[in-house]
Design a protein around this ligand. Structure first.
Ligand code: LUZ
Ligand code: MOS
Length: 762
């Protein structure tokens, strides 16, 4: 992968929050957070700590001039705890110090007495106790209730799915700089500058125009900075305005791991009814989502679980219910896929279990039920240009699935203690924010008099290559060299009312806005060039490779001269533009509509090899046919697909979050939380582009790429448990994710019965 930032990254020149040259007199903020998962503050004494060396001030909720409220969808989240504590890591006070070290030392001088209460960490436990974020939501179509006895086979079961730490390389952070007259500029590592701006305005009691948010780039985010970059940015702004000094707040890794939310763990019950041939007639599922202590984006995430509950399949009778449960964990949040992966994992589990009962390979059931044009998604939208079957068939043909399967069978015959498994994973992911109003973006393009071009949009560069894509579409629109284009920081004074760069829509929304702005300028250039060249029809003027053509004939007028002349003739070389995705809506009283501009499809073939003695495994290969539309940048897209695949595999295999019953995160460092490394990545990733794909909603007919490939990782889970079954065919595997090596062994073997020694000899 090569993008705008590659050379800067390699040379260490790219600036992140921790790299900016700080203004003189910058102070450092350190957070004092809750040591308990549930409790009431009886006493908080900060006076001793305030007198500590290098301590400037300590702020609590009492120092908030506006509202102590940063909830995004539901107003249930304080910036700083008042009386009640809801999770370990909940911010209570902000220590402002001359240095981070001084701040850390002062933490221990704060005196707090807490009445501790029992914590809820388990999602089913929360449900039993009626601890919910909001009312359950159901999507349905056809008639599920009445028909269960009509089907040849009905399978029921439970699925438990773990969460996932984002582990963006750059931890959460912000720098707030005072401006004149009670104004503040916040440099934030956020996916959503407007989210930060709005929350800061509310907490500080200021109009939004007094707060400028600026973002150069993020060192990764994956959804973890869609909503949860906000508190740190607002805290730095609060301290900045109170003290009239610049304030930097950067979480260290251990604070970040403890305080921030993760992908939501889910527990689900499913029931699936099929004909004896494997046609799915009915599906019912209830998803219990572990939201953590406050709503954050949980309700929207749960909704996307419901949207993706049937993955790539058409099921005529369906009822899926989502229940967001409140627990005493840090608020779980957006993470690549946004609830979709959990929904898809459950239907794939149901198909796996049904295949055991029917004695039909899961791949046959998958194939038989793929959604095709004219089928209706249960949320009301018709499948149009469905590439589900195309991708599936192309994967089977291109990678010679039958041969791959034969090889697996042969290997398993020849090896006793190593077993291979093969799985197919089709993916269908809806593109658009499911909250329709968020599908809007803006762009501001300036052409300078030397012919160089400046582009601002709402897109946040977080390593995904969106800037490279926007550069490319602007360069193609003007037909100039890409080196002429610079993508500016994302800034709320240049682009207002932005949506977070999220839902895989960054390049779609902002690329389209940038194209509109560029075309506005281009039109003026054409009109001027026609006049300048004494030609009649401006629409016959074309710019090709920085040269002006008329009616297909090259003229002597070149880009730089053209731009200078346009300027000299007092014609505007700037344009602002706005793009809103057309044709989308969703009715939440009926739960029907047309929420997605389009869907992204693909199919992966995954082969794993399990070491039956040790429980460890290798993902041998992931072979994918993916629907990229017409890719704007194939290297950037392949990079996203590969990264998504490895991250998806990590989620379901080696990454295991562990909390104790008091709500304390035990997997709180990289020595106890295993992320996929080069050894756990697939030995071989092969990705082919679905041929002849196109897309009217994407810039240059491209399709969104960020999230869909993540879900190919689900195939790794099922290839591993298939391999286990190839060792013990009768095995009734409990569907619990992640399938860590430990879980492989616990599923394969009875626990060894140890007889306790009757007499202690040592
Ligand atoms: N964020 C959001 C998302 O606010 N709404 C969405 O639908 C969404 N989908 C995926 C990822 N982030
Ligand atoms: Mo996201 S999960 O911020 O697209």
């Amino acid at each position: 992968m090569k993008n705008t930032d590659t050379m800067k990254h390699v040379r260490g020149e790219s600036l992140f929050i921790d790299d900016f040259t700080l203004p003189e007199g910058t102070l450092h903020a350190v957070i004092f957070d809750s040591p308990v998962a549930n409790g009431k503050i009886k006493l908080l004494d900060i006076e001793n700590a305030k007198a500590g060396k290098g301590i400037i001030d300590i702020l609590t909720f009492k120092d908030i001039p506006g509202q102590n409220q940063i909830g995004n969808i539901i107003q249930d989240e304080t910036l700083l705890a008042e009386k009640e504590l809801h999770y370990i890591g909940e911010p209570i006070a902000i220590i402002i110090a001359e240095s981070v070290d001084a701040g850390e030392k002062a933490k221990h001088l704060i005196q707090i007495d807490i009445e501790e209460l029992p914590a809820i960490t388990d999602v089913r436990d929360a449900f039993e106790k009626g601890s919910l974020i909001t009312d359950p939501v159901t999507f349905s179509m056809g008639n599920v209730e009445k028909n269960w006895d009509l089907y040849d086979v009905v399978v029921e079961g439970q699925v438990d799915i773990g969460g996932q730490e984002h582990l963006y390389l750059e931890t959460q952070g912000a720098i707030a700089i005072p401006a004149e007259g009670n104004e503040v500029k916040i440099i934030s590592s956020t996916q959503g500058p407007t989210v930060v701006q709005r929350a800061a305005a509310k907490v500080l009691g200021l109009p939004m125009h007094k707060i400028e948010v600026d973002v150069l780039r993020l060192g990764g985010a994956f959804g973890g900075k869609e909503d949860q970059a906000t508190p740190w940015a607002v805290m730095s702004a609060l301290a900045c305005l109170k003290l009239n000094r610049p304030v930097k707040l950067l979480l260290d890794r251990s604070d970040d791991l403890r305080m921030t939310g993760k992908r939501h763990p889910y527990s689900a019950d499913y029931k699936i009814g099929l004909s004896k041939e494997g046609k799915i007639a009915a599906y019912e599922a209830t998803f219990y989502q572990n939201a953590g202590a406050v709503a954050d984006l949980s309700t929207a995430i749960l909704e996307r679980t419901l949207f993706h509950a049937t993955n790539s399949y058409f099921i005529p009778n369906i009822k899926v219910t989502g229940i967001s449960c409140k627990t005493n964990l840090p608020p779980n949040t957006a993470f690549r896929g946004f609830g979709g992966p959990q929904g898809m994992f459950v239907i794939e589990s149901a198909i796996f279990k049904a295949s055991e009962k029917l004695k039909i390979p899961a791949t046959e059931i998958q194939k038989m039920n793929l959604i095709k044009d004219g089928d209706q998604f249960y949320y009301g939208q018709n499948a149009e240009n469905s590439n589900a079957i195309k991708c599936f068939n192309m994967a089977i043909e291109k990678y010679n699935f039958d041969k791959l399967k034969e090889n697996v069978v042969r290997f398993n015959k020849q090896n006793k203690l190593f077993k291979k498994g093969i799985a197919l994973m089709p993916v269908c992911f809806g593109i658009s924010f499911t909250s329709s109003f968020l599908n809007q973006a803006g762009a501001l393009v300036h052409v300078y008099t030397d012919g160089s071009i400046s582009v601002s949009t709402a897109a946040i560069e977080m390593g995904q290559g969106v800037n490279q894509k926007i550069k490319t579409v602007v360069a193609k629109t003007f037909s100039v060299d890409i080196s002429r284009i610079k993508i500016e920081t994302t800034n709320t004074t240049r682009i207002a009312n932005t949506s977070a760069t999220a839902a895989s829509t960054g390049a779609d929304l902002n690329g389209n806005a940038a194209i509109i702005a560029s075309k506005n300028i281009l039109e003026r250039l054409q009109k001027f060039a026609a006049k300048e060249l004494g030609k009649e029809y401006p629409n016959l003027i074309e710019i090709k490779n920085e040269t002006v053509f008329y009616d297909g004939n090259e003229t002597t007028l070149k880009w730089e001269e053209l731009i200078w002349k346009v300027y000299f003739n007092r014609i505007c070389l700037s344009s602002q533009a706005y793009y809103a995705t057309p044709d989308i809506y969703f009715n939440r009283s009926k739960n029907k509509g047309h929420p997605f501009a389009y869907h992204v499809y693909g199919t992966a073939v995954v082969i794993s090899k399990v070491d039956i003695l040790r429980g460890i495994y290798e993902i041998e290969s992931v072979k994918v046919i993916h629907d990229f539309g017409k890719s704007i940048d194939t290297k950037v897209d392949l990079g996203q697909a590969e990264g998504g695949i490895v991250q998806g595999i990590g989620w379901l295999t080696v990454e295991e979050l562990v909390q104790n019953s008091e709500g304390k995160l035990l997997s709180n460092s990289l020595s106890t939380y295993k992320i996929p490394d080069i050894y756990s990545a697939p030995k071989n990733i092969e990705i082919h582009f679905l041929e002849d794909s196109t897309n009217n909603y994407g810039p240059l007919k491209s399709k969104a790429i960020g999230e869909p490939p993540f879900m190919y990782g689900i195939g790794a889970y099922f290839s591993i448990i298939s391999a286990m079954k190839n060792f013990k065919p009768g095995l009734d595997i409990k569907i619990t994710a992640p399938i860590t090596p430990e879980r492989v062994l616990m599923n394969l073997y009875e626990p060894i019965k140890t007889t306790a020694p009757t007499k202690q000899t040592h």
